[in-house]
Design a protein around this ligand. Structure first.
Ligand code: NAD
Length: 437
């Protein structure tokens, strides 16, 4: 039986509203809409079609019931949003998180449309998620959840329709379950239905580190433009999962110093630099970055004001806001995460002369290697890791150079430049295809 606490603030303290659901803050979808409004004046005649960008093509909300290990039945809410398919099948990850909302999945799917077009991959944008705290489920429960969710969204996904991939709290094992479930339902082994699979199941070499590698490649290109030496550069990373961990390792391998890491458990700092390889082992064994030998703990809110040259938000959206953008010391911010910076914070950073490489460019390394995986699955011919990394670097460097040139040409931020290039590509496809019927 549930009891109502006599003091309502007790309930609030136990279930705090996520910052981006606070009515004072814009939700992720509203933030995306504001980003589209900012770019529309640069679209010329294509602005005729701009409303297309503000409406997801297809939204599927599904009930995901599973048997828990104790024999009871639990229901979870799942989503798959296909924001736009003008340039190709929808593509984007699947997130398992207790704060997943439709607004979030819509925004994430739209950012995939922009990202895929910004780096010129032949995909539209999609995203999925389940509102669940996966830490509360056992492995068999997680498998049942993943399989039922895949069956429910199986109506609209497929190698030529919509190709999911890992995102927060999902991984190659999740993709293996999704691939197997879809394959069982269609009666053939369809490896190309998801990317980010284990290499032994049609996955691609280089996929695991691809997003972090892309973060590094674009950061290094920007540092060259800005005259910032890589050797000894101090890097602060928020999030030490797939993206943050790989980015930290690759920066470390190139002589930069990882001075601070924040994850869900807390924040650590070392002026001498943290070894990300040893930190990954520590995290694996203790479940937390805290108490890493040689580091000192830092208050969560102090992370943003730490002295560093490069700041990499690689956790969740809505982290750099009007309330902390003024404290940031870094000269360069590289968005490993999707949507970590609000439009108001963008303006503050721009005024302060901080260069920001937007998510739709900085973290596109993951979907680029997902694209390679999808191509390899179709042709059943697999490339070497060196080939993958070389092609990844080429895509990221070419995209960086062209967006940098557009930002200089129009005197706009790299985010606006990315939106100009991407929205032009999407709307050109829209205009050429015309409206059916
Ligand atoms: P992950 O689940 O592997 O890691 C998430 C990390 O964020 C963990 O270290 C976690 O502790 C940390 N975190 C969670 N809540 C936090 C909080 N409140 N404060 C500080 N840290 C917190 O996820 P991931 O795959 O690394 O994804 C991270 C971000 O990168 C997401 O925004 C995701 O959409 C984006 N992204 C991921 C990929 C990919 O290939 N995985 C590709 C492009 C973009």
């Amino acid at each position: 039986m549930t009891t109502t606490p006599s003091d309502p603030t007790l309930a609030v303290a136990k279930h705090p509203v996520p910052s981006y659901l606070d009515p004072k803050n814009l939700g992720p979808w509203e933030i995306y809409l504001e980003q589209v409004d900012r770019v529309t004046p640069y679209l010329g005649k294509l602005s005729y079609w701009a409303e297309t960008l503000k409406r997801p093509k297809r939204i599927l909300i599904v009930d995901v019931p599973i048997h828990l290990d104790d024999g009871s039945v639990a229901h979870f809410e799942g989503y798959r949003v296909q924001h736009n398919t003008s340039r190709g099948p929808a593509k984007g990850g699947v997130r398992f998180h207790q704060d997943v909302t439709l607004s979030e999945v819509m925004a994430l799917s739209a950012w995939m449309t922009v990202k895929n077009a910004a780096v010129n991959l032949p995909f539209g944008g999609g995203k999925g998620g389940i509102r669940v705290d996966p830490r509360t489920l056992s492995l068999p429960e997680l498998e049942r959840l993943t399989r039922r969710y895949t069956t429910e969204i199986g109506l609209i996904i497929g190698p030529e329709k919509d190709i999911p991939a890992p995102d927060v709290n999902t991984n190659p094992q999740t993709m293996a379950w999704m691939m197997d479930t879809y394959s069982m339902n269609v009666g053939r082994t369809a490896t190309g239905v998801v990317t980010g699979k284990p290499v032994s199941l049609g996955g691609s070499l280089g996929r695991a580190d691809a997003t972090g590698r892309g973060v590094f490649v674009t950061a290094a290109a920007a540092m060259t433009k800005l005259g910032m030496p890589l050797e000894g550069a101090r890097i602060a990373v928020q999030g030490f999962g797939n993206v943050g961990n790989a980015a930290a390792r690759i920066f470390h391998d190139h002589g930069a110093k990882i001075v601070a890491v924040q994850d869900v458990s807390g924040t650590i700092y070392s002026g001498a630099g943290l070894d990300p390889y040893a930190l990954a082992v520590h995290l694996e064994s203790t479940g937390s970055v805290l108490d890493f030998p040689g580091s000192e703990p830092v208050q969560t809110h102090e992370f943003w004001g730490l002295s560093c040259e490069v700041l990499i938000p690689a956790a969740l959206e809505h982290q750099i806001t009007a309330s902390n953008a003024g404290q940031i010391q870094a000269r360069l911010i590289v968005e490993g995460a999707n949507g970590p910076t609000t439009p108001a914070a963008d303006d503050i950073l721009r005024e302060r002369g901080v260069t920001l490489i937007p998510d739709v460019l900085a973290n596109a390394g993951g979907v680029s290697v997902s694209y390679f995986e999808w191509v390899q699955d179709f042709s059943s011919f697999f490339w070497t890791e060196a080939e993958i990394n070389a092609r990844l670097e080429r895509i990221m460097n070419e995209a960086f150079s062209s967006l940098w040139a557009v930002s200089e040409q129009h005197g706009v931020t790299l985010r606006t430049a990315a939106y100009i290039v991407a929205c032009t590509r999407v709307l050109e496809a829209r205009a050429l295809r015309g409206l059916y019927p």
